[in-house]
Design a protein around this ligand. Structure first.
Ligand code: PMT
Length: 411
C-alpha cells in the first residue's frame, strides 16, 4: 500500500503519456497522494485536465505564474516522498543527466531530495543511441532508478524496444524505492560470493562462487521493502538501495557480519574453511620449489550468528557434491532455522550459473526439493518461507507458551 505517500508524477512528451494517466489512477488507488507536473510537449498528448480529474489537484505546468504558489518547483520537490517521471523522453533524460532545470518538471527534480524513478519511452533508435545510453548510465550512477522500457508497438506504427514499462510495474518499483512491501521494517543480512585467503601478495586459496545466489537474495529482499545489508566477496553490481560491505577474506567477512544486528541472516557465501596460517609477505619464488603451506581453520561465521542473543532468524546454505545426506545433518547440528542445500556438481546448479536446484531442509529433518529455476526465483521462494517463519516467530513472541528449545531468544 502507498497510503499517505506523496508522489510527484512528472510527465514528458511522448505517446506513452496516455499511460501516465493510468499510472496516476493506479497510484491513487493504492492510497498515494499524487501531484502531476507536465512539460509543454506532454500537453500535446494528454491535457492537464485529465490528470487534475484523476488526482484531485491542479497540474503544475509552468515555473512562473502558478496560482497560489510563489515557487512551485521547490514546494513540490520538498513535498515529495518520491519523484517519478513517466514517460521520460530522450530529451528529458538528457536534461536530467546534465542537471538542467529550465522547465517545471526538471526544476522540481533538481529541487528535491526524494528518490527519483524514471521510466523511459522512445523509439528504438533513440533508446539505443550512444548519447542516450550515456545519459541513462549517468542517471543510474547518480542513484536514479531507471525502469527499463520493454519491446512492443511504438508511435507511428513502429515496433521495437522503447515502449514504456507498464504502470503496474512502475508502481511496484515505486513501492520498492519507498521501502513498502511485506518486509518493510525488517533488516536482512545476506552474505555472498567466495572468500579469497592469501597465500602471498599475488596468490590465494579460493572457490568458484560468483555471488549470483546471494546477490539475487539481497535484491529480492530489497524489492520486498527490507533494509538490506549485503556482505559480499563478489564483484557483481548491486542496487543503490542495498547497503553493501565489500570483503575479501573470511576474517573480513566475519568482522563485517559482526557489525550488523539483523532480524534475518541469510548466509549464502562460500566461505573458505581453511586459510594459510602465515601468508608470505613477498611473492613466493618458483626457484625455491613447491612450498609447504600450513593451513588453519577460518572462523565459523554461521556459528557466530546462531550464537547471538538476541538471535536473528538464520538461513544457512550447504554446498554439497552428490548426496545431500550431510546437509540434513548440518541442518540439525548448526542451529539454523532453514538450510538451503545444493549439489554443486549438478549441471545448472550451484556455482556461477544463473539457475539453481536446491533442497530446503528444516532442522527437524523435513526436506523439500525444489525444481531447477532461475536464482531470482529461488530467492523469491526462499523469502516467502522467511516471511512465513517471521510471522510464526511474531505469533510465538506474543503467545505465553514460548518455544522451550530457544528460551529467551524471542522465537
Ligand atoms: O555464488 P554462486 O556462484 O551463485 O553459487 C552459489 C553457492 C553454490 C555458493 C550457494 O548456493 C551455496 O551453496 N553457498 C554456501 C556455500 C558453502 O560454503 O557451503 P558450506 O556447506 O561449506 O557451508 C555451510 C554454511 O556455513 C554456509 O551458509 C556458509 O556460508 C557458512 N560458513 C561456512 C564456512 C565458514 N567458515 N563460515 C561460515 O559461515
Amino acid at each position: 500500500m502507498l497510503t499517505g505517500r506523496r508522489v510527484v508524477l512528472g510527465v514528458s512528451g511522448g505517446v506513452a503519456a496516455y499511460k501516465a494517466a493510468y499510472l496516476a489512477r493506479r497510484l491513487t488507488e493504492r492510497g498515494a497522494e499524487v501531484r502531476v507536473v507536465t512539460t509543454a510537449s506532454a500537453r500535446a498528448f494528454v491535457g492537464d485536465q485529465t490528470f487534475a480529474a484523476i488526482t484531485g489537484h491542479r497540474v503544475v505546468d509552468r515555473l512562473f505564474g502558478v496560482e497560489g504558489s510563489v515557487s512551485p518547483h521547490t514546494e513540490l520537490g520538498r513535498w515529495a516522498d518520491v519523484v517519478v517521471i513517466a514517460p521520460a523522453t530522450a530529451a528529458t533524460i538528457a536534461r536530467l543527466a546534465h542537471g538542467l532545470s529550465e522547465d517545471a518538471l526538471t526544476a522540481t527534480v533538481l529541487a528535491s531530495r526524494a528518490p527519483l524513478v524514471v521510466a523511459p519511452a522512445m523509439h528504438t533508435e533513440m533508446w539505443e543511441h550512444p548519447a542516450t545510453r550515456r545519459n541513462v548510465r549517468r542517471l543510474e550512477e547518480d542513484g536514479v532508478r531507471v525502469v527499463a522500457p520493454g519491446e512492443g508497438p511504438l508511435a507511428g506504427g513502429d515496433v521495437g524496444v522503447g515502449r514504456m514499462a507498464e504502470p503496474e510495474e512502475i508502481v511496484e518499483v515505486i513501492c520498492e524505492v519507498l521501502g513498502e512491501g511485506p518486509l518493510q521494517g525488517v533488516s536482512v543480512l545476506v552474505t555472498a560470493g567466495g572468500t579469497r585467503e592469501p597465500i602471498d601478495p599475488v596468490r590465494f586459496l579460493g572457490n568458484r562462487s560468483s555471488g549470483k545466489m546471494g546477490h539475487a537474495i539481497a535484491e529480492e529482499a530489497l524489492r520486498r521493502g527490507a533494509r538490506v545489508v549485503l556482505v559480499t566477496a563478489a564483484d557483481l553490481a548491486s542496487s543503490p538501495g542495498i547497503e553493501r560491505i565489500q570483503v575479501e577474506t573470511a576474517a573480513e567477512m566475519e568482522q563485517a557480519v559482526a557489525s550488523v544486528q539483523p532480524d534475518v541472516a541469510i548466509l549464502a557465501a562460500a566461505v573458505a574453511d581453511f586459510r594459510p596460517k602465515a601468508p608470505a609477505a613477498d611473492k613466493i619464488s618458483r626457484t625455491s620449489g613447491p612450498p609447504s603451506i600450513e593451513l588453519e581453520a577460518t572462523p565459523d561465521i554461521l556459528a557466530g550468528v546462531v550464537g547471538r542473543t538476541p538471535r536473528p532468524l538464520v538461513v544457512g546454505f550447504a554446498a554439497e557434491t552428490g548426496s545431500l545426506d550431510r546437509a540434513v545433518r548440518k541442518a540439525q547440528e548448526k542451529g539454523v532455522d532453514l538450510l538451503v542445500a545444493n549439489d554443486v556438481t549438478e549441471p545448472g546448479a550451484g556455482f556461477a550459473v544463473d539457475t539453481n536446484r536446491v533442497t530446503i531442509i528444516w532442522p527437524d529433518g523435513r526436506s523439500e526439493p525444489w525444481p531447477l529455476m532461475p536464482k531470482s526465483a529461488v530467492a523469491a521462494r526462499l523469502l516467502d518461507l522467511v516471511e512465513g517463519l517471521l510471522g510464526a516467530r511474531t505469533e510465538t513472541v506474543s503467545s505465553p507458551s514460548d518455544d522451550p528449545a530457544h528460551p529467551g531468544d524471542g522465537r
